[in-house]
Design a protein around this ligand. Structure first.
Ligand SMILES: NC(=O)c1ccc[n+]([C@@H]2O[C@H](COP(=O)([O-])OP(=O)(O)OC[C@H]3O[C@@H](n4cnc5c(N)ncnc54)[C@H](O)[C@@H]3O)[C@@H](O)[C@H]2O)c1
Length: 384
């Protein structure tokens, strides 16, 4: 078997995580990178011994050796660059959110339909934690009974101060939603994946906690501490916080809230699924453990142990119990599931995937729009 040759576009914060994940998979080979910041791309290529570094997206896509491309650019470039990747005949792994709006994401789904051999994934990596896979399997097997409720949150603090600034603040780059599109999208994807149903109706309250922020007059790296920087005032239109009531197409009701201004929270991504026999809870910050709640017997605090996982979850767990697996491992699992699908010769639209498809990511963009509309109109909104 030949190794699958890969290129990455965008070598910023998340591009490096993609690089490391690709390198952890034996049958993939990272052969090229590109970034609009050519100095950054060259630096990363030299540092990580990547053979080729291109100055443009077009040059990377023209390389016949490259079979799959990761798009790790900011949200406003997903539509344009993803289309170029698909038209160039490469398999594609796009960062989330898939697009700035559902017109763009819908057009990408249509374009893919014209390229039936192209494998296309969106990087909703949290669903690929082994214990999240285990929760999915416990729902599917009926172990927790009929699912009734789903609830949780995703909290961060990286935009707590008025001097915190990033391209995600700017709707032209990020899209009209920030907190929901950036982290709420992960929450909705993971919970839909576990419950095995889609959210179809929402009622939301979105809040811009800091209506004015201080924008650095020079570029500041994502999540970096800002020091010795000059600022200008910017009016903020996107949400710092969102609370969403929802209904799913299998009758499950739920609620989640997301925040980027909750001091002390880093990646506090958690959810509970309640069934008629038992409940399950998982938190990304303690990713190697999950809780099971019972009424008539003791609750269980479960430490991940590959020997005790169901077959589907075991595929994504390789360290023995007590050797914590976490964020990087789930990230690697998502990239692995994409390449395993390609290597196994599976057919998009026919064979099911563990990774999120463009169609699933398109639904999440539609949900994001419905959440914006609901908050503005103070009404429940159904998602087509
Ligand atoms: N799945 C996850 O957990 C996760 C985590 C963080 C970010 N993301 C997503 O990844 C994407 C990138 O986020 P980030 O935090 O890495 O941003 P970033 O700003 O750190 O990096 C983006 C990079 O893209 C480059 N770029 C910009 N325009 C380009 C162009 N035309 N051609 C080539 N390169 C270009 C920039 O120079 C930069 O290096 C976003 O869509 C974000 O939502 C996903």
């Amino acid at each position: 078997m030949e190794r699958i040759k890969v290129g990455i576009i965008g070598m910023g914060y998340i591009g490096v995580s993609h690089l490391e994940a690709i390198r952890r998979i034996g049958f993939t080979e990272l052969v090229a990178v590109a970034d609009a910041n050519t100095a950054l791309a060259r630096k990363k290529a030299a540092e990580f011994f990547i053979p080729k570094c291109y100055d443009t997206v077009e040059a990377l896509l023209a390389d016949p050796e490259i079979q799959a491309v990761h798009n790790c650019t900011p949200n406003n470039l997903h539509f344009e660059i993803n289309q170029k990747i698909i038209k160039a005949g490469k398999h594609i792994l796009s960062e989330k959110p898939l697009a700035k709006n559902s017109d763009e994401s819908g057009r990408m789904v249509e374009l893919l339909a014209q390229h039936p051999k192209t494998v296309a994934a969106v990087n909703f990596n949290y669903r690929m934690n082994p214990l999240v896979q285990e929760m999915r399997n416990k729902v599917a097997s009926g172990e927790i009974g009929k699912v009734t409720l789903a609830h949780g949150s995703y909290l961060q603090d990286w935009l707590l101060y008025e001097t915190d600034y990033n391209w995600r603040i700017e709707p032209d780059i990020s899209g009209p939603s920030r907190c929901i599109a950036d982290i709420g999208s992960h929450w909705m994807d993971a919970v839909q994946h576990v419950v095995g149903a889609r959210i179809v109706e929402v009622c939301a309250d979105l809040v811009t906690v800091l209506p004015v922020r201080k924008k650095p007059t020079t570029q500041v790296e994502t999540f970096a501490l800002n020091k010795n920087v000059e600022y200008e005032d910017r009016k903020i239109t996107t949400e710092d916080y969102g609370a969403v009531l929802f209904k799913m197409d299998n009758g499950v009701h739920g609620v989640f809230h997301v925040s980027e201004v909750s001091a002390g929270r880093g990646c506090f991504f958690n959810f509970e699924i309640d069934g008629t026999k038992a409940s399950m809870y998982w938190n990304q910050e303690t990713a190697d453990q999950m809780w099971m709640g019972h009424r008539d017997k003791d609750n269980l605090q479960i430490m991940r142990n590959p020997n005790n996982l169901s077959a589907g979850a075991k595929e994504y767990s390789y360290l023995a119990k007590g050797h914590p697996e976490g964020w990087n491992d789930a990230f690697r699992n998502n990239i692995y599931s994409f390449y395993k699908y390609i290597a196994d010769g599976k057919r998009p639209g026919v064979d099911k995937s563990d990774f999120a498809t463009f169609a699933e990511a398109h639904h999440i963009i539609k949900l994001t729009e419905a959440i914006l509309k609901s908050s503005a109109s103070r009404q429940w909104i159904a998602v087509p």
